[in-house]
Design a protein around this ligand. Structure first.
Ligand SMILES: Cc1cc2nc3c(=O)[nH]c(=O)nc-3n(C[C@H](O)[C@H](O)[C@H](O)COP(=O)(O)O)c2cc1C
Length: 185
């Protein structure tokens, strides 16, 4: 199997990271991978915030947790407890937030970029977990949001985030259901 396919097939979400920070080369490689993602009409509307500041990540985490409690998201709160996780970002040393203005393909552009980041991380021997819940604190229409503090403008939408770091505990890739593919020959 070639290296690209092996990277795609071997990747799985990591929810337990070591304290080791990422080095300059790893951060640079991840930035290249994010910026290499294709975008509709090559408009390159994605914007990326690479957050390694623990205090900032904890502040966002606390806001997300408060929102989850306010919205009585018991499912989410229970899952965090089951996983023994105190942070929605699983204490990763890096979280990348992807945002842009609203546009027809904004969400799709962000989705492609986040998978580029997940695969790039895996290829570097790092773990990652895409975190949808992490963006709630950065939505400009939510009271007490942290969007402006993070440099977002009022019409920016934070689409997705991804936690990246050295793997403390790994899990197997998910199983495939081939019935989800149909052939028309
Ligand atoms: C759009 C999206 C949002 C996700 N949000 C979260 C999240 O908020 N928290 C989390 O722990 N995992 C999150 N995940 C990770 C999924 O739970 C994970 O990809 C899925 O269980 C399959 O496992 P695998 O990544 O190991 O193949 C998200 C994944 C995607 C694609």
């Amino acid at each position: 199997m070639n290296e690209t396919l092996a990277t795609i097939l071997d990747r799985s979400s990591t929810r337990s990271f070591t304290d080791q920070p990422l080095d300059y080369d790893q951060l640079a490689a991840l930035k290249n991978a994010a910026l290499a993602a294709p975008t509709a009409m090559n408009r390159q509307e994605n914007r990326f915030i690479f957050v390694t500041n623990k205090d900032v990540l904890e502040k966002i985490n606390q806001k997300v947790l408060a929102l989850m409690h306010e919205e009585s998201r018991q499912d989410f709160i229970n899952r965090m407890k089951e996983r023994g996780a105190k942070s929605v970002f699983y204490d990763a040393p890096l979280v990348v937030f992807i945002y842009s203005k609203a546009s027809k393909y904004a969400y799709l552009n962000a989705g492609i970029a986040v998978q580029n980041l997940a695969l790039a991380a895996h290829s570097l021997g790092l773990g990652s977990c895409i975190i949808g819940i992490g963006t709630s604190a950065l939505q400009t229409d939510i009271p007490g949001n942290l969007a402006a503090e993070m440099g977002l403008e009022p019409d920016d939408i934070c689409h997705i985030s991804i936690a990246i770091g050295h793997i403390a505990q790994d899990k197997e890739p998910h199983s495939f259901d081939y019935s989800h593919c149909r052939d028309i020959e």
